[in-house]
Design a protein around this ligand. Structure first.
Ligand SMILES: [Zn+2]
Length: 185
């Protein structure tokens, strides 16, 4: 079997699998690729064969990064305990995890008018970089960017202030929002 040279990222594969109603450019792109690529098809089958699937992946701490609302909905339906924090630009929100939490979701709202993709930067004390996500597609003007972290990871974090910045991707890099999570344990 030929190794895939441009594998579909695991998040995109999960996203595709989690969607109840297929449709849209992204779905078409994934389907076209899967049709032609036995490597990625096998990965998709493997994901689906996990049974509880996503919920299992979450509990293994394998789901992190930027995910879609379809995935969050699917997870909640499968009994995953999601702790969600929603922030508007300029907001400071206290955040913590509690026993029984599986996943921490930070929902970043902003005015995404005229923006196709964004960069999310997360920094800790003294501007230390914690995470950076490039070219994250946004789902329309009123959409939100959902950043997911396994609860076990957040649980290990010391109390600290996290600053999140959303900027439009590409040359302009206009700042769309700045958010603060006051993490405590
Ligand atoms: Zn492939």
């Amino acid at each position: 079997m030929a190794r895939c040279k441009a594998p579909i990222p695991e998040e995109a594969l999960l996203d595709y699998w989690a969607r109840d109603v297929a449709g849209g450019d992204e779905t078409e792109r994934v389907e076209e690729h899967l049709f032609a690529c036995s490597d990625c098809s096998a990965r998709l089958h493997h994901l689906a064969a996990l049974g509880a699937g996503l919920a299992t992946l979450v509990r293994q701490g394998r789901v992190s990064g930027i995910v879609s609302r379809a995935i969050i909905n699917r997870l909640q339906r499968d009994g995953v305990h999601v702790r969600m924090f929603s922030l508007w630009p300029g907001e400071t929100v206290p955040c913590a995890v509690f026993p029984g939490d599986d996943l921490v979701v930070t929902a970043l709202r902003a005015d995404f008018s005229g923006v196709d993709a964004v960069t999310l930067s997360v920094t800790g004390p003294g501007d230390s970089p914690i995470a950076q996500f490039e070219d994250v597609p946004v789902p329309g003007p009123g959409g939100e960017v959902l950043w997911v972290t396994p609860a076990a990871v957040v649980h290990e974090m010391p109390s600290m202030r996290l600053e999140l910045t959303l900027a439009s991707a590409g040359a302009t890099r206009a700042e769309l929002g700045r958010y603060v999570l006051e993490h405590w344990r």
